[in-house]
Write a protein that binds this ligand. Structure first.
Ligand code: SF4
Length: 241
């Protein structure tokens, strides 16, 4: 059984086409800007069976069109890789397109088996600089960098996602470093710049946590354009999402 935080039908933001987005419970990071802070707690969520997933997917199939399908997000979906594997297997047997939205910090045999089956990995790169990554997420970025390498070895299509936090992850030198280190991988099809927003901040109050990015303003159009103009030197396609 997979533990689900929530579902979003008709999602257009997490992978190609129209998708059923499954937010799984539990994450091994604690990002300062997490918009889904209530998914971080490892316990909890609603246990959902393989049959329930397949039935939901079949019901929503008419909306998926040629490109759409399901995206497993979170939380960090690969925290539950062992339980996720049979669900992904069953969905692939029914011909569904599957994406995983991951922070790329877990790589074990179950994760490898999941990665083999899914169509596109939406890989969240939080920061290219290890210290800044630690500051933003509570963990270093070594495992994510090794994950990128592994995805290249198995030639798995990847869409990178990068949250541009003013004063934290928009330094121009770091953006060039990101491009130089990751722009060399042919399996990375595009990079999505995700503007920073405070929409999830109210959840912190509810959880009794401090929102440490209080006062950080949403990106200006100029900041987004600048990041775009740097990153498009390195990646096949860059979009602001
Ligand atoms: S990896 Fe994603 S779900 Fe986990 S804390 Fe960071 S933003 Fe939130």
């Amino acid at each position: 059984m997979l533990r689900v935080h929530s579902f979003e039908s008709l999602g257009t933001y997490d992978g190609p086409g129209i998708r059923l987005v499954v937010f799984l419970q539990g994450c091994n990071f604690k990002c300062l800007y997490c918009a889904n802070a209530d998914t971080i707690e490892l316990k909890g969520g609603t246990e959902t069976s393989i049959e329930e997933f397949v039935s939901m997917a079949k019901n929503q199939k008419p909306f998926f069109g040629k490109k759409g399908g399901l995206t497993f997000s979170g939380g960090e979906p690969l925290v539950q890789a062992k339980q996720l594997l049979p669900v992904v297997k069953a969905l692939k047997e029914e011909g569904f397109h599957i994406c995983i939205d991951t922070n790329g910090s877990i790589l074990n045999d179950d994760v490898k088996a999941v990665l083999e089956l899914v169509d596109i990995i939406l890989l969240d790169i939080k920061h290219i600089n290890n210290e800044q990554h630690q500051l933003l997420t509570g963990k270093g970025n070594e495992k994510t960098m090794a994950f990128v390498n592994y995805l290249n070895e198995i030639n798995k299509p990847v869409w990178l996602r990068y949250v541009l936090v003013p004063g934290y992850s928009d330094d121009q030198d770091h953006l060039h470093e990101l491009g130089k280190k990751l722009g060399v991988y042919n399996n990375i099809e595009k990079l999505e710049i995700q503007p920073y927003h405070e929409l999830g901040a109210h959840k912190y109050e509810h959880l009794g946590w401090e929102y440490k990015l209080k006062g950080v303003k949403a990106n200006t159009p100029e900041q987004l354009d600048k990041a775009n103009s740097i990153l498009k030197n390195y990646f096949k396609e860059v979009v602001i999402n």
